[in-house]
Design a protein around this ligand. Sequence first.
Ligand SMILES: C[S@@+](CC[C@H](N)C(=O)[O-])C[C@H]1O[C@@H](n2cnc3c(N)ncnc32)[C@H](O)[C@@H]1O
Length: 259
Amino acid sequence: MEELQADIYDYPKYYDLVYGSDWKAEYDFLIGCSERFLGRPAVSMFEPACGTGRLLHRLGQAGLRVAGNDLNAKAVAYCNQRLARNGLPETTVVGDMADFQLAEPVDVGFNMINSFRHLNTESLAVEHLRCMSRAVAAGGIYVLGIHLVPVIGDACDRESWSASRGHLTVNSNLWLVDRNLKERYEEYAMRYDIFTPTRQLCICDQLRFRTYTAKQFLQLIQKVDGMAIEAVFDFQYDLSQPIQLDDATEDAVFILRVA
Ligand SMILES: C[S@@+](CC[C@H](N)C(=O)[O-])C[C@H]1O[C@@H](n2cnc3c(N)ncnc32)[C@H](O)[C@@H]1O
């Protein structure tokens, strides 16, 4: 098998196949959150670190005004092309989630699967949340999904996903290589195994995530004026089952209310 050491996010087609397949629960959750926490359907949504925008184009098709940013130009191009194919404006831009401003605030911000943890210092995390508190209109919400490090019990350290479309199959594996809770980072190896009738390719990368215990996340939020935790769910995305944040919590989807 051909092997390539590369930035995994430079391959949006493969990312989107693997991570785009499981969109429905997150999509329904976002629509449900809007109704529950805004008291009305959302009109506009913004996704920082949107990647391929696997949810954005579906929300756009449902009539919402959507936009996003991402550091990766290839992901943004992929995302905009799909928005255009769906007759929607190309509203995602190359940008840093810790340093941006929107022309107009939105009802809902969302960031579902750990992208926030790519911000590897406390000051970048605070800057991001400050950007989001300006990007979301007063009374709106920011839906932020992350894996916390549980203080009780073992943290998950491996994930595998697989998806196929036509003759293309992508198997994705992510596994922990280093966890340093003092320095607050986890280093993961990531590998896509890609199979087509004519080619077998493996793309390998290493990703760094900042770690948060529940307590560290609560301390972070306190540094951001005008943002507070309204509710917490887990990655079941079940609005009828809010969870109590405690030392054993690992999967957390925070509903952050913007004042
Ligand atoms: C796990 S992907 C998630 C993409 C998308 N949010 C989703 O749910 O599928 C993480 C994304 O974060 C982006 N990213 C990392 N650091 C960033 C930053 N500082 N600003 C904007 N995007 C960033 C990467 O380029 C990548 O596309």
